[in-house]
Ligand binder design. Structure first.
Ligand code: 3PG
Length: 212
């Protein structure tokens, strides 16, 4: 999996925020992905936390050329394979799982696994993975914890998610070992349910501006 980080970084480009999405109604997937891409956030993570998730990924992959769709909350090898088959360009897992690592080894689709503790980080690094999700970021110790990891794990970069919002994203993004953050704040359930695509596009534009 040596090329995994390279692939993830090339999909990400300079995007500072990956929207973490929980899609209940599959009909929302395409307009939501379009709105986020129009606001400057083409790379999106659709979590497998709803029964609509795989079909949502399929539709975005097939219909929204401007989006880079990935799957999140992948907990086992079966979900990895289903998500890859649905058209996911990348896979996100909340943790380090031997079965997910095995699935990633046999796939071209890059994996962003979650790792917080030194042991988890070392386990992921042994797989050749050095770009990691740091989840749940705020609850696990936030920016202070990430700062403490920088010296022993000099080559590791993180995407903190969980409790990251517009008001604290900058503090995370300012850390040298943070490449981007993830969060649900750019597409809150209430706005998605209301089909408020223009508002979501505006939130995405604001979030994409955090890169500057
Ligand atoms: C994730 O899976 O990354 C988180 O659930 C997103 O957390 P948030 O809702 O606090 O942004």
């Amino acid at each position: 999996m040596a090329s995994t980080t390279k692939k993830l970084l090339s999909l990400l480009g300079r995007q500072p925020v990956i929207p973490v999405l929980k899609i209940e109604d599959v009909a929302a997937a395409v307009p939501l992905a379009r709105a986020l891409a129009a606001g400057g956030l083409p790379m999106i993570e659709i979590t497998l936390r709803t029964s609509a998730a795989l079909e949502a990924i399929r539709r975005v992959a097939g219909e929204v050329e401007t989006a880079v769709v990935g799957a999140g909350t992948i907990l086992n090898a079966g979900q990895f394979e289903d998500a890859a088959k649905a058209g996911s360009r990348f896979i996100v897992s909340p943790g380090c799982s031997a079965s997910v690592f095995a699935a990633a080894r046999g796939s071209d689709v890059p994996l962003l696994p979650g790792a917080i503790t030194p042991g988890e980080i070392m386990t992921a690094a042994e797989e050749g993975l050095d770009f990691l999700k740091f989840f749940p970021a705020e609850q696990a110790g936030g920016t202070a914890f990430l700062k403490a990891l920088a010296s022993p794990f000099a080559g590791i970069r993180f995407c903190p998610t969980g409790g990251v919002f517009a008001d604290n994203a900058r503090e995370y993004l300012a850390l040298p070992n943070v490449t981007c953050v993830g969060g649900s704040w750019v597409a809150p359930d209430s706005l998605v349910k209301a089909g408020a695509w223009t508002t979501i596009e505006a939130l995405a534009r604001e979030a994409s501006g955090l890169a500057a």
